[in-house]
Design a protein around this ligand. Structure first.
Ligand code: AMP
Length: 179
């Protein structure tokens, strides 16, 4: 079997969670599998080796797990993008769209310097609303976004296209059809 098939099989799919009609793509099973976790991180890292990436920005919460591993592999720093009210120091804030309504995410105002090369990461891209908010927040601080990477793409929801329209390269490892 191919690496991508193995990786897709290591992700648990839970129908009707958190609500009817949604299939939750649960990466805890991938993270708990030593081989799958290493392969996923190695595969995500590959295209970025030697690019001189300064920081990995991870979206709360599963983006922290991947982001920490990517930062270590690329000898880059790690920057958390958190839900509002969680970061202790002065922050910059950005609204982003959810399926119903909006929420806000934050970064520390001194989390990166203008011109630093940043890779954005999260476990999954669906509509792209979360990642779009993160891109705008990073750019507000002057980041040069090298790329955005995700383990899972739900292409039917259009997130990849949304980020590409913002001029952000998108890399993903596995795709699942539907929601
Ligand atoms: P979106 O903003 O629509 O691209 O949604 C992406 C964010 O919501 C990511 O942080 C994902 O972890 C989470 N998410 C959205 N849909 C799913 C899903 N079907 N399974 C697991 N996580 C999801």
């Amino acid at each position: 079997m191919s690496f991508k098939t193995d990786l897709a099989l290591s992700i648990r799919s839970i129908p009707d969670y958190p609500k009817p009609g949604i299939i939750f793509r649960d990466i805890t099973t991938l993270l708990g599998d030593a081989i799958a976790f290493r392969q996923a991180v190695d595969e995500l890292v590959k295209p970025y080796v030697g690019l001189g990436v300064d920081k990995i920005a991870g979206i709360e919460a599963r983006g922290f797990i991947l982001g920490g591993a990517l930062a270590h592999q690329l000898s880059a720093g790690f920057v958390p993008i958190r839900k509002k009210g969680k970061l202790p120091h002065e922050t910059v804030r950005m609204a982003y769209s959810l399926e119903y309504g909006t929420d806000e995410m934050e970064m520390h105002v001194d989390a990166l310097k203008p011109g630093e090369k940043v890779i954005l990461t999260d476990d999954l891209i669906a509509t792209g609303g979360t990642a779009e908010g993160a891109v705008r927040l990073l750019r507000q601080l002057g980041a040069e976004i090298v790329s955005a990477c995700f383990v899972i793409d739900l292409p039917d929801l259009g997130g990849r296209k949304k980020l590409e329209a913002l001029g952000v390269e998108v890399r993903t490892l596995v795709e699942f059809a539907g929601h």
